[in-house]
Ligand binder design. Structure first.
Ligand code: XIL
Length: 299
């Protein structure tokens, strides 16, 4: 096959990309994105601050721009993200306790109702665990609203759009031998045991000096899949863009039947949130990097 999307489709997987609405008028950007990818994640446009800038006033202008571009070009859409400590609008940052809990479920219901039946999988909760060796939850206003906030979010999400697959998504959880990974694993196992509605786990896979790729990523993907959830690589970028590492990540997903797809977090290095890491598959001029060929050959 000659594109990432077509190559991934040979095994019924998607190959996705994060799209920024502000770049949709850049024809180099859109032509690569349209040619190569079969799934789209809005890089920022479906986050809480974008979709509910004032309490009770939803705004889907930018989210719909990304959604419509994707669907008009035949791509599926991943929803990102509904409950998160970051990129909360000011009004939500100031809420706590029961009021925040209500605002969280109202937000999930409002956004998922707008996109009801249109989003294949939603990152319902993002980045709820702390870094480091504690295995604890991350401190946040959401966490302080009660330890059950994650399952409450998933139940609200299931009610709002029963057709969407509901994902938990996090970073620095690729290495099986890390406390954060094990804490996330224990939560998903507990949710499956108790019937909390969760369908998938997203591994952001931002690999860098602080979170290097380890070959036990495959064990991580296999272990979560064995709990009865789909897994996916949701925000892949690799500092320095080693072709070998990109190929390894691709092969790890391909080795796990329930790994449904890979999304890279941007098109060209210049589009990356960490552009100084040159972590993506395309050069700033739109040409393919060696990592691109490594991924294509692995697929
Ligand atoms: C990043 C975007 O790429 C940036 O444009 C924005 O300024 C900050 O957020 N984990 C996530 C993504 O789940 O939403 C983040 O995206 C990167 C880390």
């Amino acid at each position: 096959e000659s594109t990432l999307g077509a190559a991934a489709a040979q095994s019924d997987r998607y190959f996705g990309v994060a799209i920024a609405s502000g770049r949709l008028n850049d024809s180099v950007y859109t032509s690569i994105a349209n040619r190569e990818f079969t799934s789209v994640t809005a890089e920022n446009e479906m986050k809480i601050d974008a979709t509910q800038p004032q309490r009770g006033q939803f705004n889907f202008t930018a989210g719909d721009r990304v959604y419509n571009w994707a669907v008009q070009n035949g791509k599926q859409v991943r929803g990102h993200t509904l409950a998160w400590h970051s990129q909360q609008p000011g009004w939500m940052q100031n809420l706590n306790g029961g009021e925040l809990r209500q605002a969280m479920t109202d937000h999930i219901t409002g956004v998922m109702t707008h996109y009801r039946g249109k989003i294949v999988e939603w990152d319902v909760v993002n980045e709820a665990f702390a870094d480091g060796g504690s295995g604890a939850r991350r401190d946040s206003n959401l966490q302080r609203s009660g330890n059950d906030w994650i399952e409450v979010a998933f139940r609200a999400a299931r009610a709002a759009d029963p057709a969407a697959k509901l994902c938990y998504n996090d970073y620095n959880v690729e290495n099986w031998n890390s406390a954060k990974t094990q804490a996330m694993y224990a939560m998903v196992r507990d949710f499956k045991q108790r019937g909390v509605p969760i369908d998938c786990v997203g591994f952001q896979a931002h690999f860098n000096e602080g979170n290097p790729y380890n070959s036990n990523f495959r064990t991580t993907l296999q272990s979560f899949a064995a709990l009865g959830v789909d897994v996916s690589v949701t925000e892949l970028d690799i500092q320095g863009a080693s072709p070998t590492t990109f190929a390894n990540v691709t092969n790890d997903c391909l080795a796990v039947a329930r790994c449904v797809g890979i999304t890279v977090w941007g098109v060209r290095d210049s589009d990356s949130w960490r552009s100084h890491h040159t972590p993506l598959l395309f050069n700033n001029d739109g040409s393919k990097k060696p990592a691109y060929d490594a991924v294509l050959n692995a697929l």
